[in-house]
Design a protein around this ligand. Structure first.
Ligand SMILES: C[S@@+](CC[C@H](N)C(=O)[O-])C[C@H]1O[C@@H](n2cnc3c(N)ncnc32)[C@H](O)[C@@H]1O
Length: 289
Protein backbone atom coordinates (compact mmCIF):
# COMPACT_ATOMS: atom_id res chain seq x y z
CA UNK A 1 0.00 0.00 0.00
CA UNK A 2 1.13 3.52 -0.42
CA UNK A 3 1.46 6.03 2.32
CA UNK A 4 3.47 8.31 0.12
CA UNK A 5 1.99 11.74 0.58
CA UNK A 6 1.35 13.90 -2.45
CA UNK A 7 4.16 16.35 -2.95
CA UNK A 8 1.82 19.20 -2.10
CA UNK A 9 1.29 19.90 1.55
CA UNK A 10 -1.60 21.13 3.60
CA UNK A 11 -3.08 24.37 2.37
CA UNK A 12 -4.26 25.04 -1.11
CA UNK A 13 -3.04 25.64 -4.61
CA UNK A 14 -3.14 29.29 -5.54
CA UNK A 15 -4.72 30.31 -8.84
CA UNK A 16 -1.41 30.53 -10.71
CA UNK A 17 -0.41 27.01 -9.63
CA UNK A 18 1.89 28.34 -6.94
CA UNK A 19 1.65 26.63 -3.58
CA UNK A 20 0.51 28.76 -0.67
CA UNK A 21 2.17 28.02 2.63
CA UNK A 22 1.31 29.46 5.97
CA UNK A 23 4.72 28.55 7.44
CA UNK A 24 8.15 29.23 6.06
CA UNK A 25 10.71 26.47 5.53
CA UNK A 26 14.03 28.25 4.99
CA UNK A 27 17.09 26.73 3.31
CA UNK A 28 18.76 26.57 6.71
CA UNK A 29 15.76 24.72 8.23
CA UNK A 30 15.72 22.22 5.39
CA UNK A 31 19.47 21.61 5.67
CA UNK A 32 19.10 21.00 9.40
CA UNK A 33 16.21 18.58 8.89
CA UNK A 34 18.25 16.66 6.34
CA UNK A 35 21.15 16.44 8.76
CA UNK A 36 18.98 15.37 11.70
CA UNK A 37 17.14 12.58 9.85
CA UNK A 38 20.45 11.37 8.43
CA UNK A 39 21.95 11.15 11.92
CA UNK A 40 18.86 9.56 13.39
CA UNK A 41 17.76 7.09 10.70
CA UNK A 42 20.47 7.09 8.02
CA UNK A 43 17.95 8.51 5.57
CA UNK A 44 19.46 10.72 2.89
CA UNK A 45 16.71 13.18 1.96
CA UNK A 46 17.02 14.42 -1.59
CA UNK A 47 16.71 18.11 -2.43
CA UNK A 48 13.47 17.47 -4.31
CA UNK A 49 11.80 16.14 -1.12
CA UNK A 50 11.41 19.68 0.18
CA UNK A 51 7.67 19.88 -0.45
CA UNK A 52 7.11 16.49 1.17
CA UNK A 53 9.18 17.51 4.20
CA UNK A 54 7.22 20.71 4.52
CA UNK A 55 3.84 19.02 4.41
CA UNK A 56 4.71 16.27 6.84
CA UNK A 57 6.50 18.39 9.42
CA UNK A 58 4.09 21.33 9.26
CA UNK A 59 1.61 19.00 10.99
CA UNK A 60 4.06 18.51 13.85
CA UNK A 61 4.56 22.28 14.21
CA UNK A 62 0.81 22.85 14.30
CA UNK A 63 0.45 20.05 16.83
CA UNK A 64 2.81 21.94 19.14
CA UNK A 65 1.35 25.35 18.33
CA UNK A 66 4.64 26.48 16.74
CA UNK A 67 4.98 28.76 13.75
CA UNK A 68 8.70 28.51 12.97
CA UNK A 69 10.56 25.38 11.85
CA UNK A 70 13.66 26.71 13.60
CA UNK A 71 11.83 26.64 16.95
CA UNK A 72 10.61 23.11 16.33
CA UNK A 73 14.11 21.91 15.45
CA UNK A 74 15.70 23.68 18.40
CA UNK A 75 13.18 21.99 20.65
CA UNK A 76 14.03 18.59 19.19
CA UNK A 77 17.74 19.16 19.59
CA UNK A 78 17.36 20.28 23.18
CA UNK A 79 15.64 17.00 24.06
CA UNK A 80 17.52 14.05 22.60
CA UNK A 81 15.17 11.55 24.24
CA UNK A 82 11.88 13.32 23.61
CA UNK A 83 8.93 11.39 22.17
CA UNK A 84 8.91 14.01 19.44
CA UNK A 85 11.93 12.33 17.84
CA UNK A 86 9.72 9.33 17.20
CA UNK A 87 7.06 11.51 15.57
CA UNK A 88 9.73 13.37 13.56
CA UNK A 89 11.14 10.08 12.27
CA UNK A 90 7.70 8.58 11.61
CA UNK A 91 6.81 11.70 9.61
CA UNK A 92 9.83 11.44 7.34
CA UNK A 93 9.79 7.74 6.49
CA UNK A 94 8.21 6.39 3.33
CA UNK A 95 6.15 3.27 3.94
CA UNK A 96 5.30 2.23 0.40
CA UNK A 97 4.77 -1.55 0.36
CA UNK A 98 2.40 -4.28 -0.86
CA UNK A 99 1.47 -7.92 -0.28
CA UNK A 100 3.82 -10.21 -2.24
CA UNK A 101 5.73 -7.22 -3.57
CA UNK A 102 8.53 -8.48 -5.80
CA UNK A 103 6.61 -11.72 -6.12
CA UNK A 104 9.52 -13.84 -7.42
CA UNK A 105 11.09 -13.79 -3.93
CA UNK A 106 8.34 -15.86 -2.31
CA UNK A 107 8.57 -19.15 -4.29
CA UNK A 108 12.33 -18.93 -3.69
CA UNK A 109 11.78 -18.50 0.02
CA UNK A 110 9.34 -21.46 0.00
CA UNK A 111 11.92 -23.77 -1.64
CA UNK A 112 14.65 -22.53 0.70
CA UNK A 113 12.70 -23.23 3.90
CA UNK A 114 11.36 -26.60 2.74
CA UNK A 115 14.95 -27.81 2.47
CA UNK A 116 15.93 -26.68 5.95
CA UNK A 117 15.75 -28.58 9.22
CA UNK A 118 14.67 -27.27 12.60
CA UNK A 119 12.53 -24.24 13.37
CA UNK A 120 12.53 -21.69 10.57
CA UNK A 121 13.09 -18.01 11.39
CA UNK A 122 12.88 -15.07 9.01
CA UNK A 123 13.56 -11.38 9.73
CA UNK A 124 11.64 -8.71 7.85
CA UNK A 125 13.91 -5.79 8.73
CA UNK A 126 11.96 -2.86 7.25
CA UNK A 127 8.50 -4.31 7.70
CA UNK A 128 6.54 -1.09 7.25
CA UNK A 129 2.77 -1.63 7.65
CA UNK A 130 2.96 -5.44 7.67
CA UNK A 131 2.33 -6.55 4.09
CA UNK A 132 5.86 -7.96 3.75
CA UNK A 133 6.03 -9.95 7.02
CA UNK A 134 2.50 -11.32 6.51
CA UNK A 135 3.44 -12.38 2.95
CA UNK A 136 6.47 -14.16 4.41
CA UNK A 137 4.28 -15.81 7.08
CA UNK A 138 1.77 -17.01 4.45
CA UNK A 139 4.64 -18.46 2.43
CA UNK A 140 6.01 -20.29 5.48
CA UNK A 141 2.58 -21.60 6.47
CA UNK A 142 2.03 -22.99 2.96
CA UNK A 143 5.55 -24.35 2.49
CA UNK A 144 6.03 -25.94 5.90
CA UNK A 145 2.60 -27.44 6.55
CA UNK A 146 2.59 -29.04 10.00
CA UNK A 147 6.10 -27.64 10.72
CA UNK A 148 4.77 -24.07 10.41
CA UNK A 149 3.89 -24.05 14.11
CA UNK A 150 7.60 -23.68 14.86
CA UNK A 151 8.20 -20.98 12.27
CA UNK A 152 8.66 -17.36 13.27
CA UNK A 153 8.79 -14.06 11.42
CA UNK A 154 10.44 -11.20 13.29
CA UNK A 155 9.20 -7.93 11.80
CA UNK A 156 10.93 -4.67 12.66
CA UNK A 157 10.80 -1.07 11.51
CA UNK A 158 11.90 2.32 12.79
CA UNK A 159 8.41 3.75 12.22
CA UNK A 160 6.29 2.97 15.27
CA UNK A 161 3.04 4.12 13.62
CA UNK A 162 3.60 1.77 10.70
CA UNK A 163 4.23 -1.05 13.17
CA UNK A 164 0.97 -0.29 14.98
CA UNK A 165 -0.90 -0.63 11.72
CA UNK A 166 0.99 -3.84 10.98
CA UNK A 167 0.08 -5.26 14.38
CA UNK A 168 -3.60 -4.44 13.84
CA UNK A 169 -3.47 -6.37 10.54
CA UNK A 170 -6.48 -4.64 8.97
CA UNK A 171 -6.25 -3.81 5.25
CA UNK A 172 -8.49 -2.50 2.52
CA UNK A 173 -9.89 -5.28 0.30
CA UNK A 174 -8.18 -3.66 -2.73
CA UNK A 175 -4.84 -4.45 -1.14
CA UNK A 176 -5.50 -8.18 -1.20
CA UNK A 177 -7.40 -8.37 -4.48
CA UNK A 178 -4.43 -9.87 -6.33
CA UNK A 179 -4.07 -12.75 -3.85
CA UNK A 180 -5.69 -15.97 -4.99
CA UNK A 181 -9.01 -16.86 -3.42
CA UNK A 182 -7.63 -19.81 -1.41
CA UNK A 183 -5.09 -17.54 0.29
CA UNK A 184 -7.66 -14.89 1.08
CA UNK A 185 -9.96 -17.50 2.59
CA UNK A 186 -7.27 -19.17 4.64
CA UNK A 187 -5.48 -16.09 5.97
CA UNK A 188 -8.03 -13.23 6.08
CA UNK A 189 -11.48 -12.51 7.50
CA UNK A 190 -13.61 -10.24 5.36
CA UNK A 191 -15.27 -7.39 7.23
CA UNK A 192 -19.06 -7.13 7.38
CA UNK A 193 -21.37 -4.22 8.13
CA UNK A 194 -19.31 -1.31 9.41
CA UNK A 195 -16.15 -3.17 8.34
CA UNK A 196 -17.30 -3.78 4.77
CA UNK A 197 -14.42 -3.27 2.34
CA UNK A 198 -11.82 -4.30 4.93
CA UNK A 199 -10.04 -7.58 5.58
CA UNK A 200 -8.40 -8.67 8.81
CA UNK A 201 -5.43 -11.01 9.04
CA UNK A 202 -6.47 -14.21 10.85
CA UNK A 203 -5.02 -14.91 14.27
CA UNK A 204 -3.23 -18.03 12.97
CA UNK A 205 -1.07 -15.80 10.78
CA UNK A 206 -0.66 -13.01 13.36
CA UNK A 207 0.65 -15.56 15.84
CA UNK A 208 3.56 -16.30 13.51
CA UNK A 209 4.77 -12.68 13.45
CA UNK A 210 6.52 -10.78 16.21
CA UNK A 211 6.59 -6.99 15.64
CA UNK A 212 9.25 -4.83 17.31
CA UNK A 213 10.66 -1.36 16.74
CA UNK A 214 14.24 -1.40 15.49
CA UNK A 215 16.44 1.26 13.93
CA UNK A 216 18.87 -0.37 11.51
CA UNK A 217 21.29 2.41 12.41
CA UNK A 218 21.20 1.80 16.16
CA UNK A 219 24.57 0.82 17.68
CA UNK A 220 23.07 -2.43 18.95
CA UNK A 221 20.05 -4.37 17.69
CA UNK A 222 17.50 -5.88 20.05
CA UNK A 223 17.25 -8.95 17.90
CA UNK A 224 18.55 -12.49 18.28
CA UNK A 225 19.77 -14.55 15.34
CA UNK A 226 20.24 -16.86 13.69
CA UNK A 227 17.83 -16.53 10.77
CA UNK A 228 17.23 -18.67 7.71
CA UNK A 229 16.53 -15.52 5.72
CA UNK A 230 16.58 -11.76 6.12
CA UNK A 231 14.43 -9.43 4.06
CA UNK A 232 15.88 -5.96 3.70
CA UNK A 233 13.96 -4.53 0.80
CA UNK A 234 13.49 -0.98 -0.35
CA UNK A 235 15.07 0.69 2.63
CA UNK A 236 18.79 0.62 1.79
CA UNK A 237 17.95 2.88 -1.13
CA UNK A 238 17.56 5.74 1.40
CA UNK A 239 21.00 5.13 2.92
CA UNK A 240 24.44 6.06 1.60
CA UNK A 241 26.92 3.32 0.55
CA UNK A 242 28.87 3.41 3.81
CA UNK A 243 25.74 2.92 5.89
CA UNK A 244 24.59 0.11 3.58
CA UNK A 245 27.95 -1.66 3.94
CA UNK A 246 27.86 -1.40 7.75
CA UNK A 247 24.36 -2.88 7.90
CA UNK A 248 25.20 -5.73 5.51
CA UNK A 249 28.27 -6.66 7.60
CA UNK A 250 25.98 -6.82 10.64
CA UNK A 251 23.41 -8.99 8.85
CA UNK A 252 25.92 -11.67 7.85
CA UNK A 253 26.58 -13.17 11.32
CA UNK A 254 22.83 -13.19 12.03
CA UNK A 255 22.19 -15.60 9.16
CA UNK A 256 22.56 -19.38 9.38
CA UNK A 257 25.05 -20.91 6.94
CA UNK A 258 23.56 -20.64 3.42
CA UNK A 259 21.03 -18.17 4.77
CA UNK A 260 19.48 -15.83 2.20
CA UNK A 261 19.29 -12.06 2.04
CA UNK A 262 16.44 -10.64 -0.02
CA UNK A 263 17.02 -7.12 -1.39
CA UNK A 264 14.74 -4.62 -3.11
CA UNK A 265 14.35 -4.47 -6.89
CA UNK A 266 16.67 -1.50 -7.35
CA UNK A 267 19.22 -2.43 -4.70
CA UNK A 268 22.52 -3.98 -5.72
CA UNK A 269 24.84 -5.05 -2.92
CA UNK A 270 27.44 -6.85 -5.06
CA UNK A 271 29.99 -4.07 -4.77
CA UNK A 272 28.94 -2.94 -1.30
CA UNK A 273 30.16 -5.90 0.76
CA UNK A 274 32.27 -9.05 0.61
CA UNK A 275 29.97 -10.81 3.05
CA UNK A 276 27.37 -11.87 0.45
CA UNK A 277 27.38 -13.32 -3.04
CA UNK A 278 24.58 -12.74 -5.54
CA UNK A 279 22.45 -15.83 -6.09
CA UNK A 280 20.16 -14.23 -8.65
CA UNK A 281 17.44 -11.61 -9.01
CA UNK A 282 18.24 -9.49 -5.93
CA UNK A 283 18.75 -12.54 -3.69
CA UNK A 284 22.10 -12.94 -1.93
CA UNK A 285 23.62 -15.81 -0.01
CA UNK A 286 25.91 -15.45 2.96
CA UNK A 287 29.46 -16.41 2.09
CA UNK A 288 31.12 -19.08 4.25
CA UNK A 289 33.46 -17.49 6.79
C1 LIG B 1 9.60 1.73 1.35
S1 LIG B 1 9.33 0.91 2.86
C2 LIG B 1 9.68 -0.78 2.37
C3 LIG B 1 8.79 -1.79 3.06
C4 LIG B 1 9.03 -3.25 2.65
N1 LIG B 1 10.34 -3.71 3.05
C5 LIG B 1 8.84 -3.44 1.15
O1 LIG B 1 9.82 -3.58 0.43
O2 LIG B 1 7.69 -3.44 0.70
C6 LIG B 1 10.76 1.39 3.79
C7 LIG B 1 10.64 1.14 5.28
O3 LIG B 1 11.92 1.32 5.89
C8 LIG B 1 11.74 1.91 7.15
N2 LIG B 1 12.99 2.56 7.60
C9 LIG B 1 13.54 3.73 7.20
N3 LIG B 1 14.67 3.99 7.87
C10 LIG B 1 14.86 2.94 8.72
C11 LIG B 1 15.85 2.62 9.69
N4 LIG B 1 16.89 3.43 9.92
N5 LIG B 1 15.72 1.47 10.39
C12 LIG B 1 14.68 0.65 10.17
N6 LIG B 1 13.70 0.89 9.27
C13 LIG B 1 13.79 2.03 8.55
C14 LIG B 1 10.60 2.90 6.92
O4 LIG B 1 9.96 3.25 8.12
C15 LIG B 1 9.69 2.12 5.96
O5 LIG B 1 8.68 1.44 6.63
Amino acid sequence: MTQELPSSGPGSWAGGGQFERDLELTDADFARIRQLIYQRAGIVLAEHKREMVYSRLAKRLRHHGLTRFADYLARLERQPDAREWEAFTNALTTNLTAFFREAHHFPLLATHVRERRGPVRVWSSAASTGEEPYSIAMTLAEALGSRAGDAEVVATDIDTEALEKARAGVYAMEQIHKLDEARVKRFFQRGRGAHEGLARVRQELKDMVDFQPLNLLAPSWSIQGPFDAIFCRNVMIYFDKQTQARILERFAPLLKPDGLLFAGHSENFSYTTEAFRLRGQTVYVRKAR
